[in-house]
Design a protein around this ligand. Structure first.
Ligand SMILES: [Zn+2]
Ligand SMILES: [Zn+2]
Length: 396
């Protein structure tokens, strides 16, 4: 009996059109725009999608764009493929010929590459929509911090475009071009923020007994917070509490009235997120009171964890296998403690979020670094994956 070898290959059109796609990527890279200000970007995306003959809807979550393509096989399942459009507030240091023309703004997370790969797939699929069902190409604003994905869902993205499943992809520096990674369950952590305002009573620094020192209380709160991941969370689960800002006092000889601690919490499991929020509030309050101060806690859940569903991840794996080969797919990647607002779409619909190898991290080519540049060699792989996914989900 002959062994079945999983044949891997790039889509021939993705290879033929790579120069055109690379030119789009460089144009987008040179014109980065940040959260909800992606006006030039969304106009570029919409114009391209219209030129492919797709039905295009703009202005979802302010600058979001969705294009719809019907397969020539008639009605069937409907899937959403999503790319993010926003850049970061970073001043680019690459000196590339297509470096950012917008000072202080930069595509340092590769969303220029994400848009390019989804546009490339839309172009090729529109040339020959040989599938049964419907594909929505979703271009979302404000992935970094501001929750454009959430706004799209809240504005009724899945009412106007009722997908049965959604798929996302992020480039991953440090993984080789021509490799991918995915697994069911958590891929990225939740993203919560907190502010603990500790109130005491200010006084002369030489007479601390006359006041209630919020700085000493803040120091104790800071240490006590780390007992939550260490003593309350099951050691086989994950949680990070990172205080990132402390504000207190104005001068040498005055104990101030207040001290403020801000930071972020990352978890994967919703019950651990609940536990950490609850314990953080209790620890802050009780520790502050032990020092005769009070604590006001603001805790805000910004992004949920990005959790892949089982069936759709199997489909994503099959689609990726046909492009890069099963042996080039990491099926058990370590999840990232970073977060991703595609999580809001995955909370609304089953789906899968995968990582695409972006090559070496030489010269600080790391996500969110001023020296980062999306690797154009990855473009044909990403384009081919999207097309393969449509074939896998919507085959006639
Ligand atoms: Zn990012
Ligand atoms: Zn990103």
């Amino acid at each position: 009996m002959q062994m079945t070898v999983s044949a891997s290959s790039l889509h021939p059109r993705a290879t033929q059109l790579v120069d055109e796609f690379t030119a789009w990527r460089h144009h987008l890279h040179a014109h980065p725009e940040t959260a909800f200000e992606e006006k030039l970007t969304s106009a570029f995306v919409a114009e391209k999608l219209q030129s492919f003959g797709l039905e295009v809807k703009t202005g979802i979550a302010r600058t979001g764009v969705v294009a719809t393509l019907q397969g020539k096989g008639g009605p069937g399942k409907r899937i959403g493929l999503r790319a993010d459009m926003d850049a970061l507030d970073i001043h680019e240091t690459t000196n590339l010929p297509y470096a950012s023309k917008h000072p202080g703004k930069m595509h340092a997370c590769g969303h220029d590459g994400h848009m390019t790969m989804l546009l490339g797939a839309a172009k090729i699929l529109a040339e020959n929509p040989d599938f049964t069902g419907t594909v929505d190409f979703i271009f979302q604003p404000a992935e970094e911090n501001e929750g454009g994905g959430r706004e799209m869902v809240e504005e009724g993205l899945f009412d106007s475009h009722p997908a049965d499943a959604v798929y996302g992809m992020h480039n991953w520096p440090g993984r080789d071009v021509g490799t991918m990674a995915m697994k069911p369950g958590p891929m990225m952590a939740s993203y919560d923020i907190f502010e603990i305002a500790i109130e005491g009573r200010g006084c002369h620094a030489a007479m601390p007994h006359l006041g209630r020192d919020p700085i000493t209380a803040a120091g104790q709160v800071l240490l006590a917070l780390q007992t939550i991941p260490a003593r309350n969370v099951n050691p086989l689960q994950s949680a990070v509490i990172s205080p990132t800002q402390i504000f207190a006092g104005d001068t040498w000889n005055v104990i101030p009235d207040t001290a403020t601690i801000r930071g972020t919490v990352r978890t994967f499991a919703p019950d651990i997120q609940d536990l950490v929020e609850d314990r953080l509030k209790t620890v802050a309050d009780a520790t502050a009171r032990a020092f005769d101060c009070t604590a006001r806690v603001m805790y805000q859940r910004r992004y949920p964890a990005t959790i892949n569903s089982e069936a759709e991840t199997a489909i994503a794996f099959a689609a990726a296998s046909r492009v890069v080969g099963a042996d080039q797919i990491d099926q058990n990647p370590e999840p990232s403690m970073a977060s991703e607002d595609f999580a809001f779409m995955l909370n609304a619909k089953p789906g899968s979020y995968v990582w695409l190898g972006n090559g070496p991290t030489d010269g600080n080519c790391l996500l969110h670094n001023a020296a980062y540049d999306f690797n154009d060699d990855a473009i044909p792989y990403g384009v081919s994956y999207w097309i393969s996914l449509v074939e896998e989900c919507l085959s006639v």
